[in-house]
Design a protein around this ligand. Structure first.
Ligand code: SF4
Ligand code: SF4
Length: 315
């Protein structure tokens, strides 16, 4: 079997929705776009984005003999229950920490390739090192970038069901394997502006990027400082993430549940009990949240969000 076909089939066996290939070459267009975004200070306190910007768009800096980039998308959708009397945890954060799960699967994929075709060089990325997973996903034919800045997979048939939407994680393998790149897929938001109209803070810009200073998801995941009062007031019951601009997107109107049980929502995250959390000690938090994304944010940060939610919803 041809190597690329083998990679796609094994990717699918491991539970990935879609696996594509991009050439490992410099992408000046998206690099310029990032520089422009930074110039406008839309990156808020994420100063790390200013450093080594080219690295995000040139896979060969990570692996000098790189020839191809394998990009894998993994569905994480589970029922987005939102009890207004509880805290809201973004869907992506309700199961086990995706970085660990995806890295494990990508390592397994590389192991299967090596078993069949022999040793090769590779590096795996899952939100851990500076590389632009989103623009590589577009180049690898997974989807297009919607106005909400996320990679949207247009209608796609997999194992007898239809998938479309943006509820997927992205994982990347930069490798010296020589693979034929896939064609980018056609897709567009058309005249739709639902995400822009539904964003409670007006954070979505006209060029399919986000003004992080206004984005609730940025403030609850990446802002290490205090959340400004105007944003806190609009968080409603959000503890981490946001999801509003995804849930209103028509591409997400018929979501398919994830097949990986590790992404199934944990009860204490799909209904985040604010009162119980505020009575919790750091040791209890460490025990209960250890394998989740919230653990990485730390007890004090999640507690600060829980206090905001407590004030917003009166609990
Ligand atoms: S995540 Fe929330 S705040 Fe951020 S752009 Fe989307 S809807 Fe707006
Ligand atoms: S809500 Fe509409 S405009 Fe926004 S990303 Fe989805 S399709 Fe595009």
């Amino acid at each position: 079997m041809e190597l690329k076909q083998f990679i796609k089939e094994e990717g699918s066996r491991l539970g990935f929705l879609k696996t594509g290939v991009a050439a490992a070459e410099y992408d000046p267009v998206h690099h310029d776009k990032l520089l422009n975004w930074i110039k406008n200070r839309y990156h808020a306190s994420m100063g790390y984005l200013e450093r080594e910007t080219r690295k995000r768009f040139d896979p060969r800096i990570h692996l000098p003999d790189a020839s191809s980039v394998i990009v894998c998308g993994h569905n994480y959708y589970t029922d987005p229950t939102n009890d207004p009397e509880s805290g809201y945890v973004s869907i992506y954060a309700r199961g086990e920490d995706y970085r660990i799960v995806l890295e494990e699967k990508l390592k397994e994929l590389c192991g299967r390739i090596a078993n069949k075709y022999g040793k090769f060089n590779f590096r795996i990325f899952v939100d851990t090192s500076p590389i632009s997973e989103k623009t590589l996903a577009v180049k690898a034919g997974l989807g297009f970038i919607g106005r909400n800045s996320l990679v949207i997979i247009p209608k796609f048939k997999i194992n007898g069901s239809i998938y479309k939407g943006s509820f997927h994680f992205l994982g990347v393998i930069v490798t010296d394997l020589r693979l034929e790149p896939d064609e980018p897929v056609k897709g567009t938001c058309g005249k739709c502006r639902r995400c822009i109209d539904s964003c409670p803070t007006g954070a979505i810009l006209e060029d399919c990027t986000i003004d992080a200073i206004k984005c609730i998801s940025y403030h609850t995941t990446s802002n290490r400082g205090e959340i400004p009062e105007d944003i806190a007031a609009k968080m409603n019951n959000i503890v981490i993430g946001c999801d509003i601009c995804q849930l209103t997107c028509p591409y997400n109107n018929k979501p398919v549940e994830t097949s990986d049980t590790r992404f199934i929502a944990k009860d204490f995250l799909s209904k985040f009990d604010i009162g119980a959390f505020l009575n919790m000690t750091e040791q209890q938090f460490n025990r209960q949240f250890r394998d989740t994304v919230l653990y990485d944010k730390g007890f004090e940060k999640i507690r600060a969000h829980a206090l905001i939610v407590s004030r917003n919803i009166g609990r």
